[in-house]
Design a protein around this ligand. Sequence first.
Ligand code: PEP
Ligand code: CO
Length: 452
Amino acid sequence: MEDTLQKNWTPTSWLEKPIKQLPEYPDQALLDESFETLKTLPPLVTSWEIEALKNKLAQVSAGKAFLLQGGDCAESFHLTKSSKIVNMVKVLLQTSFILIHEMGVPVVRVGRIAGQYAKPRSQDFEEVNGQKIHNYRGDLINGFEATKEARTPDPRRLIEGYHKAGLTLNFLRALADEGFADLHHPEQWEMDFMKNNQYYKEYEAMVESITKAVRFVDAISPDKFATLQKVDFYTSHEALNLYYDSAQTRKVPRKPGFYNLSAHMVWLGNRTRDLDDAHVEYLRGIENPIGIKVGPPFTIDDTLKLIETLNPTHEAGKIVLITRFGKEKIENGLPSLIKAVRREGFPVVWSADPMHGNTFSAANNYKTRNFDHILDEIKSAFAIHRSEGSYLGSVHLELTGDNVTECVGGAKGLNESELDINYETFCDPRLNYQQSLEMAFLVSKEWKQSYS
Ligand code: PEP
Ligand code: CO
């Protein structure tokens, strides 16, 4: 307790601060009731898993491992389905195998999963049929349907979100334990799409080699494969709806401090990182690893203060600095940020989010991203870190294991006129299964050029 008393912090001290990106709930009594109920429900993750992740991230910040963070932009309650979860775990696992194989270092997997239900928006309201209604802010806050009723913030969604996260996590844990028979079959690696790519031969050889390695472990010790892969899979979401996060923020026996037990890691979005606001106030009190999204507009000074506020003891593995400049702005912005963070001696994990600065509207109005622009930002990020003598230890991707048509480009050459074939996202466009595998392969090529 002393530590938090000294900090003058409680899980709800954020309520005293200006709250951005969270609309007021019209029914205060229902909010109180939902919040109190959520406080009594069992935790989704444990403090020792959180500490284990922090230790692994410390290895990443020391240049000895790599962090892959990825998943949906926004999960939806009604898509809490077996096939979605299987496909997501499969794509995250396969991309991580590509990274491990190519880089030869351990890869820490963190999904944007089992709680990624709340979204920041640029506008609070929109007008539909002459009526002003709340913008959709993710299933944790309101409904997608464009009616006044569905869009009214509903605190019962806090409980529903908890249940959906629990169901997702339960299945995820079972799959991560031993559900991956899929991986043993080379045909599951779907290589044909790479045929038009200049790296096809290399890619084919890599898949062959991974398949052999899996078979080998399987052959010498049939039970081992599952055990070797056990659990090394963590969850994360944006700490945006602070009612959800703070109701699940608890003390645990025999450990100091408070843990957010709704996810292993949470991140601070680019639009909620003002030093004097509620989100920073909440995050400065928890023990979990914290991601900080940094992109324009920001100042170096405020970013340094933010890191100091969230990690005053300079604990390694605590802060993942996720830069998201956009391919045009990264050259100008990243070098001075790296220099400043190094000058302060902050032990951060550097991560590149090449997605959020590279979104545009296609001619047919679909919100999309171009595979080549995403890759450009990745390449620039590696080149800049390399020339600054700094370790880029992570990528942050929006991806799915499904065969969607949301981002253009990639080996298959998806074009803008094909976006409507299978455009499913409720928020930002994601790399599909094939684009994700290809991106992992290209990311590892950049990493190898920089660090091996
Ligand atoms: C996101 O990660 O989905 C997101 C909204 O990112 P950012 O805060 O970087 O815009
Ligand atoms: Co997004």
